[in-house]
Write a protein that binds this ligand. Structure first.
Ligand code: ATP
Ligand code: MG
Length: 412
């Protein structure tokens, strides 16, 4: 065991970093709530099948990146690599068909065995938004608008581009698939080993390959646009019109495909050029076949996930909230009184710093360093008179306040 080190690809989130992390989650939760999305959570591990069946055997995630294990009861389990499959599983197991459209917000840790680098970890975190049970393109517009609103509130919408594409309906996909097989078969000897396998099982996946040689071939591959059925084409048009009406700018990227098997129609990514190779901050699409694939009744769905670490890298540092009040007792009697007073103030929702020890001078210094706005000083004199001394750290002024008026004075 590498002693006392975090496992490769995992990170501690220390308090200063956590403030930024939490700001992303809070902002996302709040914006999602404005659109009527309610928070939920699913377990961190599921039966391996939940992911294998939904994300597809040939996906990078399922074929290479899952943390799978057999537990002591002999169950084949996997630490979740993404949220969508678990939420769809929950939709089925809890019989939520009566509650469509189900609009959810979720966040939490995800696990993928990848090569760690900046913005790419083995335990990372996602925010996630899903709509289950809505087939209309207006739902696609809405989930994308939620994403844009979150990015806007985080101050990073300007640093991102929304790339949009359609993967068509199953009929369009069938025609496109045949065209891709015909095209790539001509270059089979130049494809990477992974992509040669994909050619049989899932040729669309080749378009998402990160291999240089594959990418050169992909550049001239046929485009889905030429194979769209009128219905799929109308759907894509409605999506673009809707985004226009919602004021969300986008560019159509005809070669954008998503790495997972379950997408149909809409695929999108918010990308940035400020994070090097880890340029996708938030990505998603429509997954009309997924719930059926998991064993539920055919139910359409659409959603996305955003990487919290990447969002944090793009957003500004969060100032630590000021600790408003420091209590500084002088003497044993005041010490006991301060504990009591701190309790009263905290019950009134005032954050109070009370050091465990040290002389008054040290305590003043520490309070100042912590960013306290005001110190409440109690010594024997003040105790006898039933008052406290207030010292304002900003102006340096000292005032005396009757004990009974302290709360009002602090609130002012
Ligand atoms: P990439 O192409 O970067 O591997 P992906 O297509 O695998 O991304 P998704 O499965 O769509 O990613 O996950 C959605 C978002 O989660 C990504 O856009 C990214 O912000 C974040 N994410 C995915 N994998 C990681 C990781 N290993 N570390 C940190 N963030 C990640
Ligand atoms: Mg990946």
């Amino acid at each position: 065991m590498a002693q006392l080190q975090p496992v490769r690809g995992t990170h501690d989130i220390l308090p200063d970093d956590y403030a930024r992390f939490r700001h992303v989650v809070d902002t996302a939760r709040h914006a999602a709530a404005l659109f009527g999305y309610r928070e939920m959570a699913t377990p961190i591990f599921e039966f391996t099948e939940v992911f294998a069946r939904s994300m597809g055997e040939t996906s990078d995630v399922v074929s290479k990146e899952m943390y799978s294990f057999t537990d002591k009861g002999g169950e084949g389990l996997t630490l979740r690599p993404e949220y969508t499959a678990g939420i769809c599983r929950a939709f089925i197991s809890n019989g939520l068909q009566q509650h469509v459209p189900l609009k959810t917000f979720a966040w939490g840790p995800m696990f993928r065995f990848e090569r760690p680098q900046k913005g790419r970890q083995r335990q990372f975190h996602q925010i996630d938004v899903e709509v289950i049970g809505a087939a209309e393109p207006q739902a696609d517009v809405e989930v994308i608008a939620v994403a844009a609103e979150i990015l806007r509130r985080l101050g990073i919408l300007d640093k991102c581009t929304l790339e949009l594409n359609t993967l068509g309906d199953p009929e369009s996909r069938a025609g496109y698939r045949a065209a891709l097989v015909a095209y790539f078969s001509g270059y089979a000897d130049r494809l990477s080993e992974d992509s040669r396998k994909r050619l049989e099982k899932n040729p669309l996946r080749i378009l998402d390959s990160k291999d240089e040689g594959d990418r050169r071939l992909v550049a001239d591959a046929p485009l889905i646009q030429e194979y769209l059925t009128p219905a799929a084409s109308d759907f894509f048009k409605a999506l673009q019109d809707g985004l226009g009406a919602a004021g969300v700018p986008f560019t159509v990227s005809p070669r954008l495909v998503r790495g997972l098997d379950y997408y149909t129609h809409t695929a999108f990514e918010f990308t940035t050029d400020m994070l090097g190779a880890q340029g996708t901050v938030l990505a998603g699409g429509r997954y009309d076949g997924l719930i059926e694939q998991l064993g539920g009744k055919p139910t359409p769905g659409i959603g996305w996930a955003g990487g919290i670490e990447r969002l944090v890298l793009l957003s500004d540092p969060q100032p630590a909230p000021p600790r408003v009040v420091a209590l500084i007792p002088i003497g044993a009697a005041a010490e006991a009184e301060a504990v009591k007073l701190a309790g009263e103030l905290r019950r009134a929702d005032i954050a109070v710093e009370l050091a465990y020890g040290g002389n008054a001078g040290k305590r003043f210094k520490r309070a100042d360093k912590l960013g306290c706005v005001v110190a409440v000083v109690i010594g024997d004199d003040e105790l006898a008179k039933g008052i406290v001394k207030l010292k304002d750290f900003g102006t340096g002024t000292e005032t005396e306040v009757a004990r009974g008026n302290l709360l009002a004075a602090l609130k002012a």
